[in-house]
Design a protein around this ligand. Structure first.
Ligand SMILES: [Zn+2]
Length: 333
């Protein structure tokens, strides 16, 4: 995934992030403050989300045009059916990557409470990058990324959220889109253009399935790299500029339910991700993504390397994100 971080912004805002972290409270401790009463609705299971990720990873890298990619698509479709969503649309198409490769893509679109006009969209990319181009070992750079965190984690958390929402319906409609071909972009440097990434969401935005003018989602939440070890999530710059309402809802909800130590209320960097193209399509969408890792001061150390595997998935990170998003949805009327 392209993740273009503005170094100046990071340098400036990292100090603020550290300060916000220090003032966070632990989950479940409302401290007797009735205005900040902690009510965590739903039963988000980090074990279940972890399992949803592991099932994807078992297919191997999910690069468009490969058998593993096709098999995983079938798994995701059948699993959403089993979870019990009300609708599933499989959008297939072809896109051309920056290097001329024609990619057969598959966006998987589902939803619950399909009769509700007020809707929120949850999204994640499910494909994985064809190259470990950030790996320290040059040999491994030719291999595809396994994508436990970068690809698997957002989808796994959304699947577990969907499982909750089917069993305990919110007052609104919720849609889930698993975008393809997010991570086939050009990272060569100077020729790097944002539009070479997020090909699945750009394709989707041309059609906006299944929406009409009457039921467009009021906002969206994108989950990307949400399962890293001790992951923390800062405000992403484009999200705060183009989608301030969902950004504030997510981060304030996290603070209210005791995940303020994970959702840091300060600016991280600017990241080109699927939410940029959703915002351009008229759906203000915030991106929950780890972009200031304590070790790298950037994306998680496994990012676009051979180490993006299940060993580095942190259930506590999954829980913080899953409970937060679930509570945002249950508080919508
Ligand atoms: Zn990526």
């Amino acid at each position: 995934m392209l993740k273009k971080i503005a170094p100046i912004a990071i340098a400036v805002f990292m100090c603020a992030g550290a300060a916000a972290c220090a003032s966070s409270s632990s989950k479940g401790n409302s401290g007797g403050d009735s205005a900040a009463e902690v009510v965590v609705k739903g039963e988000f299971s980090a074990d279940s989300a972890y399992e949803f990720i592991a099932r994807q990873v078992e297919f191997g890298p999910r690069v468009p045009g490969t058998a593993a990619h096709d098999s995983c698509a079938e798994f995701l479709i059948s699993e959403m059916e089993r979870i019990g969503v009300d609708s599933i649309i499989v959008q297939r198409g072809e896109v051309t990557a920056f290097d001329g490769t024609v990619l057969p893509i598959c966006n998987i679109i589902s939803g619950i409470n399909v009769d509700k006009a007020r809707r929120v969209l949850l999204a994640a990319h499910w494909d994985t990058r064809p190259w470990c181009d950030r790996d320290h070992n040059p040999e491994k750079r030719k291999h595809a990324v396994l994508g436990a965190n970068d690809g698997g984690s957002g989808v796994g958390v959304i699947m577990e959220i969907a499982r909750n929402l089917v069993q305990n319906r919110p007052d609104i409609g919720v849609d889930f889109i698993f975008f393809d071909a997010e991570d086939y972009g050009d990272a060569s440097g100077f020729s790097d253009v944002p539009e070479s990434w997020c090909l699945g969401s750009q394709y989707w935005a041309e059609h906006l399935i299944p929406y009409t003018v009457n039921n467009m989602p009021v906002y969206g939440i994108l989950l990307d790299m949400v399962g890293g070890q001790n992951a923390r999530f800062h405000y992403e710059m484009f999200s705060r500029e183009m989608a301030p309402t969902p950004t504030m809802k997510v981060w304030s909800t996290a603070a209210r339910i005791g995940h303020g130590d994970r959702f840091i209320q300060s600016l991280g960097g600017a990241v080109t991700d699927d939410h940029v193209f959703l915002c351009r399509a008229g759906i203000p969408t915030t991106d929950i993504i780890e972009m200031i890792n304590e070790e790298t001061a950037s994306f998680p150390p496994t990012w676009h390397t051979d180490h993006d595997n299940m060993e580095h998935i942190d259930k506590a990170s999954l829980r913080a994100v899953g409970e937060t998003v679930l509570n945002v949805l249950y508080n919508e009327k």
